[in-house]
Design a protein around this ligand. Sequence first.
Ligand code: CMC
Length: 428
Amino acid sequence: MAKDSLTITDNRTGKSYELPIQNGAIRTADLRQIRTDEEDFGLMGYDPAFMNTASCASRITYIDGEKGILRYRGYPIEELAESATYLETAYLVLYGELPTKKQLEGWTHEVIFHTILHENVKKFIDGFHHDAHPMGMLVSTVAALSTFYPEAKHIFDAESRKKQTHRLIGKMPTLAAFAYRHSRGLPYAYPDNDLSYTGNFLNMLFKMTEVTYKPNPILERAVDVLFILHADHEQNCGTNAMRSVGSSHVDPYSAVAAAAAALYGPLHGGANEEVLRMLMQIGSKGNIPEFIKKVKAGEGRLMGFGHRVYKNYDPRAKIIKRIADQVFEVTGRNPLLDIAIELERIALEDDYFIKRKLYPNVDFYSGIIYQAMGFPMEMFPVLFAIPRTSGWVAQWEEMLLDSEQKIARPRQLYLGPAPRRYVPLDKR
Ligand code: CMC
């Protein structure tokens, strides 16, 4: 008769142990009873980079990497991208259900109400060098918000958490837009609360001398859909940073800064910037075979390809490819698209990529769209961080309220020197 348990025999001692299996996992803490003698610390799991270790139980995002499925709170990403708005999706990710009309109005009001920054924040941004990377500015200024809202440290006060959630989601686009305006030498454009969340973001980025900025509805919707696609993605590097740093019970601004710093890396949210650099370096379709040869020889990676979880086409990449056509009707076609499409075609027919199940990920096409819309490359990771804030905060709150969670503190296998005596400086 089948049993939900795992029997292990320790060949060092000949003893057998039965470990329960729950939700398709054993608890690695159960391995600690497996010991050679009383002195033995007990067996551990060794799993660098969490390749096969669940660090939490979550009810937010579901991914089936083999089938290319992504769902937020049970809703397929394709349906949300088709019919929802980003703020509606952020509410779903945060609170578990789609909002009613009244809830959505209240939520939208709260977020929009918190888009304005304290004037002193402008002074930090002014202090950055003219060519400072906007992601560096965003990481620093979001951390600095904790000094403006010291009550944010009351993380077990539900009202306080709610307030910081409104502030974080409301202010991230403003911080991002101010960082962008600073790097362009442009005056800061203040939020316009008559516009939608993404419409207002475009206003703060691109408003020039006009009295009222009117976002192009196709571009506004395209950014909104891109924001939906980036709202959450379960335990990726940035989210893991959010949970891990948040587990020390620091305020959410500091934890979001840590998560955003993780996102900044070229293997994570920095990848779409790298995709564009790669496409520009390839330069023309004729150079693709030579480039692929180099990737296969281990000289660099095909950026925008491969994923720790997806071993199939990233469902977000499919949606983005569709949006690209709508955006290009407004902006004109980005010539890099032809190189990207050809690169994808060649890679997907190549044994190296087939064998390793490397498919385009979310970043492969997003940068091409952002560039066509007039965003400089340095803004790409920032455009990822804004919508991901809802996912970070949802995951942070879930971690805080999970009675099984504690301060994150992995074990290690110590392989360094055995004990030895200090050698005075003149004897070394
Ligand atoms: N180009 C060429 N080879 C690759 C690539 C790639 N993009 N990605 C993985 N491989 C190879 C890798 O060399 C390895 O080959 P081998 O088995 O011969 O050593 C094999 O595929 C498995 O790769 P891995 O490094 O063990 O896979 P991982 O799960 O650790 O890495 C990844 C996942 C996303 C970091 C990696 O695929 C990568 O570096 N991709 C390019 C960067 C990128 O597009 N990142 C954005 C990810 S999606 C946005 C996000 O969620 O942040």
